[in-house]
Design a binder for this molecule. Structure first.
Ligand SMILES: Nc1ncnc2c1ncn2[C@@H]1O[C@H](COP(=O)(O)OP(=O)(O)OP(=O)(O)O)[C@@H](O)[C@H]1O
Ligand SMILES: [Mg+2]
Length: 798
């Protein structure tokens, strides 16, 4: 370890967050929350100035459902008309959810004065996670990796980052939860992998969704590696974002509510508190039925003082959820089909997520995957958090972590849409479409990965859009749930001027550098144009030749070739190892980078024109100049929130934290004062106190305590913390003399004994050394005399 930093991970589930930490000298471990539990419900409640988190917030959700926020990850970055928001509201109709006209995303109208966006509420939970980790690790947290489900789209990933930003959390990366679980599986089995590869399916069924990820683990040696390292490559994915524990619970809750209403003629779901009580009991019963064939559902005062008790069997539960269990087959088949592997080639299925404890889920899974056994190697609750914290340690650079390469797979294709460039005077065929679409990141393209796209015809300002590509593999309902299929619009400016500034130089066009980063987010890193100037005759011959070459190749390109040529290339380093991606991202580019090179130098960027003619290499010089092009990117899926709005959210959270601190301080001040009043009243009757005080003193102190006690009784919310502290100081001052005497009385015999002991030892020492003569005596004569004197005066004092 180079520096002393702790890093953490948050496995951000829809129902629970699991937190893990790595700190110097201590291996990865799960952070316990304040109730000493290993997972914390993703719930925050706000009542007045008081917030509760986790279990306490869930308890609050039964008392005041509207003020306790749950399942926040289901509605991040969504608009009011999103099907996800609609179904959220159908389950929890008591929330007042509205849409912000600027950001077009939702917020909760909490009460008359306060509103919170789901991102702000998630930020509170992330802050809380950091506090738990810091308390547990007794160290500040420097970086965090957060898990997200693989099906999270661009807007949802951005919304998580926005929440982390509001919480002032340094995010090292987002990681898909099954990749994190895969890492947790792989890091302890490095020796088991070989160069042919092991295929495994990670099957995660959590609170909201189910994801099956088929990954190959194999040993690879990338350049710069001394030895082979394991690599996890995602081969196929199947998912169902609506199939999870919440859905099973709802089925059971509806069943219980039906029995209740048949008996009592009252609709549970018309009452918010009763709804939450039924949900809570259904969840408890569901979990018990994983290990028992029957149990009792029991709720006190569901509604109007009516208690409820009914037996539920596992068979009943399974019958209620038959269609849900049947959906498992498709998830498994989608994963296998997209991996292009046969069932047999997938060695094992590894369970992740709380809902895989349901016996019927396991049975359906075995049937769908045609397996006799399931791999229960991982802790289903903790694997993702532990894998993610391994990645956090890797990314934080403060730790020496063994390499474990990751090649995740992109789920939603991303493309670039633009208009064909029409040169002045050029006419276009009226029937031909002028819109062009180029796929940038195909479905199942690995990431992280960089790509460069070249616009070679556009010589003036132009625009393009980054959009989702062909989503026809998804149902229309699912597509509606994604929201905007347009991700961003990019306006490129100053192109004409740049070309005019370099009239005699060769170029291949405007290059747009894209990246699908570690977090699965599409980034536009920069746009540039490379100009190449060759300064001798022979080189200009070459460039003429190369121009002819270009013409010939475009001729053979066929008549369907668009006038706009663009080059879609996987970056030379696209095998996306940890190392190489890191190296790439560490590069910083100047706005304009002139480089003069001898012609036989290698041009590092493989998109650059190859240096020409070797025979003239010693004479011909070529100058390569990279000019950055200005551009403006406007987000379309999750409307960019300016710095001001983020700062407003930050100060909103800080305000709440400050008030909480002030409230705690006030409560502590009241507590101390009350305790002192009680203690002093009691002291007044104690022998010791009476012996050390006069009756006049006791009368005075008694009157003061009485006065403070009455004052305390009458205080209301307007009394400040300082007033309590001042009263305590007054009270302490009133009895200071007596307390001093008491402590003197207690301390004197002990101190006197100590003094006597030292005196005796000193006298002994003096008599022992009195008659000593010669050299190296322990004391000089002067020292001896002063000790003698000191002993005598002390004897007199004693
Ligand atoms: N013994 C059990 N039997 C049945 N279900 C269980 C059991 N234990 C936990 N669960 C369910 O598992 C779900 C929580 O699992 P998990 O913590 O993996 O979800 P999550 O990570 O919060 O959600 P997601 O990954 O879907 O966003 C809950 O619905 C819970 O009721
Ligand atoms: Mg989960």
């Amino acid at each position: 370890m180079i520096e002393s930093v702790a890093v953490m991970s948050v496995d951000l589930g829809s129902e629970f967050m699991k937190i893990a930490i790595v700190k110097p000298g201590v291996p990865m471990e799960i952070v316990l929350n304040k109730e000493s539990r290993r997972k914390t419900p993703l719930a925050v409640s706000i009542r007045g100035e008081e917030r509760q988190f986790g279990e306490m917030a869930l308890a609050q959700s039964i008392k005041t459902p509207k003020f306790a926020y749950i399942y926040l990850t289901q509605i991040l970055g969504k608009s009011l008309d999103s099907p996800h928001v609609k179904s959220y509201l159908s389950r929890y109709p008591f929330y007042d959810i509205r849409e912000d006209p600027t950001s077009k995303t939702i917020y909760f109208q909490h009460d008359e004065n306060q509103k919170f966006t789901p991102e702000e509420l998630l930020a509170m939970l992330l802050e809380y996670a950091r506090e738990l980790a810091a308390d547990f690790g007794e160290q500040a947290i420097d970086g965090t990796v957060i898990t997200v489900p693989a099906y999270f789209n661009q807007a949802e990933r951005k919304a998580v980052l926005r929440a982390a930003d509001i919480a002032n959390l340094k995010i090292l990366q987002l990681i898909n939860s099954n990749i994190a679980a895969g890492l947790n599986y792989g890091v302890f089995r490095r020796k088991d992998f070989n160069s042919t590869g092991t295929n495994l399916m990670f099957f995660d069924m959590g609170g909201s969704g189910t994801i099956a990820t088929i990954a190959t683990f194999l040993m690879v040696k990338h350049k710069d590696d001394y030895e082979a390292n394991p690599q996890l490559t995602v081969r196929g994915i199947g998912f169902d974002r609506g199939l999870g524990g919440q859905e099973f619970t709802l089925r059971l809750a509806k069943h219980l509510a039906k029995i209740f209403s048949e008996k009592n003629k009252k609709d549970v779901f018309k009452n918010a508190k009763a709804t939450m009580k039924i949900y809570k009991e259904a969840e408890r019963v569901k979990n018990i039925l994983s290990a028992n064939s029957e149990t009792m559902a029991q709720i006190e005062n569901v509604l109007d003082d009516i208690d409820f008790k009914v037996k539920v069997t596992r068979e009943e539960f399974e019958n209620l959820c038959t269609d849900l269990f049947e959906r498992i087959e498709k998830i498994v088949h989608d994963a296998t089909k997209s991996s292009e592997l046969s069932e047999d080639e997938v060695e094992s299925i590894i369970l992740v997520g709380g809902s895989t404890r349901i016996p019927r889920v396991q049975a359906e899974l075995k049937k769908a995957a045609n397996k006799n056994d399931l791999g229960k190697y991982l802790n289903t609750d903790e694997a993702a958090a532990l894998g993610a914290v391994y990645q956090a340690a890797y990314q934080s650079k403060g730790y020496k972590v063994k390499k474990f390469y990751i090649k995740d797979a992109n789920i939603y294709p991303i493309c670039v849409d633009f208009e064909k460039y029409v040169a002045p005077g050029e006419t276009i065929d009226a029937d031909a479409s002028s819109s062009i679409r180029r796929v940038l990141f195909e479905r199942f393209n690995p990431f992280p990965q960089k790509k460069v796209m070249t616009f070679s015809k556009h010589v003036e300002d132009f625009e393009f859009k980054i959009n989702y590509g062909d989503m026809s593999f998804l149902s229309q309902d699912y597509i509606n749930g994604i929201g905007s299929l347009n991700l961003s619009q990019v306006q490129v400016t100053g192109v004409k001027e740049l070309y005019e500034n370099h009239p005699n130089e060769e170029t291949k066009g405007v290059k747009v550098h894209f990246r699908l980063d570690d977090s699965g987010l599409i980034r536009l890193d920069k746009i540039d144009i490379t100009f190449e100037k060759t300064s001798t005759e022979s080189s200009s011959e070459e460039s003429t030749l190369s121009k002819i070459g270009n013409k010939i190749s475009s001729f053979f390109g066929g008549k369907n070739e668009e006038p706009v040529e663009e080059e879609n290339r996987e970056n030379a380093n696209s095998d996306t190892t940890h190392e190489q991606v890191k190296n790439e991202s560490n590069q910083t580019e100047q706005a304009s980078t002139p480089e003069t090179k001898p012609l036989n130098d290698t041009v590092t960027n493989s998109t650059e024109p190859a240096p020409n003619s070797q025979k003239n290499a010693t004479q011909v010089k070529s100058q390569i100049l990279k000019e950055n092009v200005k551009f403006k990117q406007i987000e379309l899926d999750l409307v960019a929130i300016d710095e001001n709005t983020i700062s407003e959210s930050k100060s909103k959270l800080k305000n709440i934290r400050d008030k909480e601190k002030a409230r705690l301080k006030r409560a502590a001040a009241i507590n101390s004062l009350e305790a002192f009043v009680f203690e002093l009243k009691d002291s007044l009757t104690q022998d010791e106190f009476i012996k050390c005080s006069t009756s006049e003193e006791r009368e005075k102190i008694g009157a003061k305590v009485e006065e403070v006690d009455n004052w305390l009784y009458e205080t209301d919310n307007t009394v400040h913390t300082k007033d309590f502290q001042d009263k305590l100081a007054e009270l302490k001052a009133s009895c200071r003399d007596v307390k001093f005497r008491i402590s003197e009385k207690k301390l004197r015999p002990k101190k006197l004994d100590e003094l006597k002991d030292v005196l005796n030892k000193s006298v002994g020492f003096l008599s022992h050394t009195k008659n000593l003569t010669g050299e190296n005596l322990p004391l000089t004569e002067t020292e001896w005399n002063s000790l003698d004197k000191l002993i005598n005066t002390t004897k007199v004092f004693g």
